[in-house]
Design a protein around this ligand. Structure first.
Ligand code: AMP
Ligand code: MG
Length: 418
């Protein structure tokens, strides 16, 4: 399990920028050390534990990039076409031991190994066969054309996959191309998830007239799973200090991270703060981010706790900026900074300087073909529809106070966040 010191999340200033928060997390959260080997078919989404050097070159042998005809460079037609007698036929998977004869051409297919001493391939579309059955090759082809030399993709011994890489399908493909059957990865980060609040009922349970169904827990669990975590669903804790403390204490030590939602503002009925303080240490991070509210950062028996706000949109946005980097750091993953893609705003917006804001937005094609972002018409941090009906977040940096239609802004697609 992760073992962090009690003052791990301590921070000096009153307000914290998003970059400061991410910087603190990446420098203070240490990676768990438990590794396991997974079959390639199960490796997608896992964090690679060790560097992988290419055990063989890719491609492993020099081969033809096209269906066509191979020959020696010395035989390449100079200024006029030239007819060649055929010497052999090599299909993909076939192998020819004897060098190609000077003055001859060999029929060859895509992916077939080049015969010894053949150096260039003519595409079959550029070739004609004359009445005597000879192959007529046109002039002007470059030496070495249409050939894929061994190792042109990756030379043998090259550092091909880096420790800390969160594996995506092409990484898995590369490991397979090396003939590997499994990869050593960091074991899944175990996260305990609680919702807090007397007003919450779990779907499937009766809902009193003053209650709403708990939606955050399901959103957060789904987001964690997309980050490769193993999630324990621990249901809803009531707004009462001792039961909160008991619930949290029980899971610390068996999990790498405890995640809660709700109850971390500074109102009288926000009991998570007091509960964590009674069994561990806690600091409230007042992040300069909207939607946001304070995020509680705690340590219980060495296990980190993150308390997200209860409003669904604030919970979503703070997850992205606090939980995502924490999970990556716990898994020893390379940092994956979020890079907003520039596009045009199709809306007007005013904001305060000094804090970063995220505007829920949809993409559309403008008349000139450019991409632009339209703003969701309402702003409440409780509106789940605002997340469901949009494509991503427009990021407005700390210095921006004003957005006008046509202005360049940065856009983070929901698809890129997890
Ligand atoms: P809190 O952060 O506890 O003050 O809650 C802020 C708002 O978010 C309140 O309107 C809560 O009812 C709502 N809320 C809190 N937790 C959840 C949850 N798990 N699912 C949906 N809404 C929630
Ligand atoms: Mg509450």
């Amino acid at each position: 399990m992760a073992q962090l010191s009690d003052d791990c999340f301590a921070f000096g200033g009153p307000m914290m920028s998003v970059d400061e928060a991410v910087g603190l997390i990446t420098t203070r959260v240490s990676a768990i050390a438990d590794l396991e080997t997974v079959a390639l078919a199960d490796a997608d989404g896992r964090v690679l534990a060790r560097d992988v050097a290419a055990p063989l070159p890719l491609p492993p042998f020099t081969n033809s990039a096209v269906d066509g005809y191979a020959l020696r460079n010395a035989d390449l037609p100079g200024s006029a076409e030239r007819a060649f007698p055929l010497d052999g036929r090599i299909q993909a998977g076939g192998l020819v031991q004897a060098p190609i004869r000077p003055g001859h051409t060999a029929r060859i297919f895509t992916g077939a190994p080049m015969p010894p001493e053949a150096e260039t391939v003519f595409m079959q579309e550029d070739v004609r066969i004359d009445d005597s059955g000879k192959i007529v090759l046109p002039p002007g082809l470059k030496r070495g054309a249409n050939v894929r030399p061994a190792g042109e993709d990756i030379p043998q011994g090259h550092l091909a996959l880096r420790a800390g890489q969160r594996l995506r399908p092409p990484h898995v493909a590369l490991a397979a191309a090396f003939g590997l059957t499994g990869l050593e990865v960091v074991r899944r980060i175990r996260v305990a998830v609680f919702s807090t609040g007397d007003e919450l009922a779990s779907p499937g349970e009766p809902r009193a007239a003053s209650q709403l169904f708990d939606s955050n827990r399901f959103m957060l669990m789904a987001m964690l799973r997309r980050l490769g975590c193993e999630v324990s669903d621990l249901g809803i804790l009531r707004d009462e200090r001792s039961s909160l403390a008991n619930g949290l204490k029980q899971v610390a030590g068996h999990h790498d991270l405890i995640l809660t939602t709700g109850g971390v503002s500074t109102g009288e009925e926000d009991h998570v703060k007091a509960a964590v303080e009674s069994i561990g240490s806690l600091v409230l991070w007042r992040m300069a981010i909207k939607p946001g509210r304070p995020v509680a950062m705690g340590i219980i028996d060495g296990t980190p706790l993150i308390g997200l706000p209860g409003n669904p949109v604030a919970s979503f946005v703070t997850f992205v900026h606090v939980v995502r980097p924490t999970v990556l750091a716990l898994a020893g993953g390379l940092p994956e900074p979020l890079t907003p893609i520039p596009l045009r705003a199709a809306f007007t917006y005013r904001k305060k300087a000094g804090r970063r804001e995220y505007v829920r937005a949809s993409l559309r094609r403008a008349q000139d073909g450019g991409l632009e972002a339209t703003k969701f018409p309402r702003e409440g941090a409780g509106l789940l529809s605002s997340l469901v009906e949009t494509d991503g977040l427009v990021e407005l940096g700390e210095d921006i106070t004003n957005v006008e239609p046509g202005q360049d802004v940065g856009f983070l697609s929901y698809a890129d966040l997890l």
